[in-house]
Design a protein around this ligand. Sequence first.
Ligand code: SF4
Ligand code: MG
Length: 308
Amino acid sequence: SSTLLNVNDLSVCYRTAARQVIAVNRLNLTVSPGEFVGVIGESGSGKSSLARAILRLLPANGKQTGGSIRFQDRRLEHLDDAAMTKVRGAHIGFVPQQPVAALNPVRSIASQLGEIFRLRLGVDSRQAYDMSYDILRQVKMGDIDRVLHAYSHELSGGMCQRVLLAMAVALSPFLLLADEPTTAVDARMRGELLDEITRQQKDRAMAVLLIAHDLPLVGRYADRLVVMYRGSLVETGAAHIIYSQPKHPYTRLLLGLDRDRKFFDIERLQDHSGCEFQPRCMYAQPSCRHEKPAWQGDEQVGWACILK
Ligand code: SF4
Ligand code: MG
């Protein structure tokens, strides 16, 4: 098929002392080869759980409780750990949320980057160093000699993030999965980092699944957007269409529309029989309290709201 990643009806739960928390609720998502898909939502919307489920890096109390994750026609959840380790890095590159924490503070960048080539490609240290230099050049890192000899605390958040991008694309993956890559980066650098991710996407014909809360920013880069609220898909479609004609009130909120009217920002207690967004929604109808809105459209373009 022409789909690279196919997440079908995925549910993820966390066990806590008191109860089960549903982090991802029957989510559908596809990524085609070379496509840039943005997954948008606030913190707590289940975006990171989605990323960790795809990579099979859920914490010990987290579990995929339903659905399937297909990557290149293989069910990822059926792979053993060795096969999954191979997929991670070689086929799916991952840029984690906390760039400084993701790097080892007591090893140089050269050692950490070079390790990927030594372990995965079996090259010697000299070749690994040259390949590390080359991959940093490819992601437009400045001052490469200094960076390679540096430790993570000697680099800015933006430089650490660029190192992690280099690590993620080092083995030429088919898919780059990035979880809030711009969080630790100052505002000016955010656009530069997304420019670089887009350049890598085009140069390598690599697909990108970018997870973020900043819809106005990511909407400028992504081909397609997936908007999540409390673990569920609320709207999906071409980025430029969602950007100009958002259908779901939550998408409108993320785009900063309706400023003259007021969305409720404190989530009030609710019964869960109705629309999840109802307690915050200024378009809510009486029926929204008790009926879940039906999905309108199809898997590629649609929204979960009674509004047309
Ligand atoms: Fe708002 Fe009702 Fe649409 Fe939910 S279904 S987002 S409450 S209008
Ligand atoms: Mg997160």
